[in-house]
Design a protein around this ligand. Sequence first.
Ligand code: ARG
Length: 460
Amino acid sequence: KTNQQWGGRFNEPTDAFVARFTASVEFDQRMYLQDIRGSIAHAKMLTKAGVLTEAERDDIIRGLGEIRVEIERGEFEWSVALEDVHMNIEAALTKKIGITGKKLHTGRSRNDQVATDIRLYLRDEIDLILSEITRLQQGMLSVAEREADTIMPGFTHLQTAQPVTFGHHLMAWFEMLSRDFSRFEDCRERANIMPLGAAALAGTTYPIQRDFTCELLEFNAPAENSLDAVSDRDFAIEFCSASSILLMHLTRMSEELVLWTSAQFDFINLPDRFCTGSSIMPQKKNPDVPELVRGKSGRVFGHLMSLLTLMKSQPLAYNKDNQEDKEPLFDAIDTVKGCLRAFADMVPALEAKEENMREAALRGFSTATDLADYLVRKGMPFRDAHEVVGKSVAYGIEQSKDLGEMSLEELVQFSDIIEQDVFDVLTLEGSVAARDHIGGTAPNQVRAAVKRAQQKLDQR
Ligand code: ARG
């Protein structure tokens, strides 16, 4: 038997392999809720437009409600022969309520139906992602506040550069995520346009009321152009792009956590519940969570490339190629949610090893720039000051002494304008406290940044 939904013009049944090859039900069934929601809105609109009677509409709504319950209970029988989520649900509806079920698809095509379902689905998922980003940022804020005075080495080229506070470092992470948040918000805004009414590609001859459906489904507006509405998937690409950037940020944080938990850095403790051991080396505690997040970025970057390639050169309007949008998009969603959840749970539990951070900051001549700035304040041109400090660092390397550990006599060898007050700037505390402006690492600035950030979060 040929397909009951479109088999009319066919003379032989679909090849069994082709049926499986072209089916999407195994992965698009996760949009059942959005498909049902869209169908209910469509039925209500058809009734308002005089295409369906109120009794027909009510039968449809009841039938779809029952189907929803069956799906949620795991009692619904998905059929590959029925190709996709849309035809599975429509066939089940017809089986349930009879001939009225066959009227639901009036003035609609699977092309505008699927384009609507994905947007509804993505919109819901973006909302979850936005709240997970906020939860993670909230965790960062609480650690940043707690660690506003904790001093660690700041790095460039992964070489000790200048002392910073751990709180300041966490607030850098916070900023990255603020931009990610607004990228997802933007993406949601552009995805939130309703394709329904575009039908297959050109619109429909029925007196549909798109504004009404749009309102029911809480879209911002009906799509302006029917050809564009059914065929473009740029919102999915945009989602994968925002996801890739977010994951890229998470890999940077992951990399730092992996370094910081190593015996060589030993800056933080990651509680046992976020780590795993080794089956052979009894001493091991591995930072699996950040490692895995770092690794999972690869699949999301890949999905971005898949979707770009999928859409490249597609002529208007719908092409079956578009069915391939779902798996990359869904996997990107799952991966982003998983990584955010892992991070949001883990970050508030980070324990700074203050002494080790401090010691590392003392080891790397991290206050060298402060000494140069001191000389400049005493009247020396910066380039000369750079040279003087360079010489004192060379001496320190030879003597295994940090600048702060040298005596005044030792320092004066390099410039006689150095006086006792030099030690105010050579301490780690003096160094960070001196960077006292918006965006600087001074503890009071970090606290002010945390406060501003908290206000931003509270306004979301
Ligand atoms: N399963 C299809 C998809 O995901 C639904 C749209 C099919 N439309 C069509 N004309 N074959 O894209």
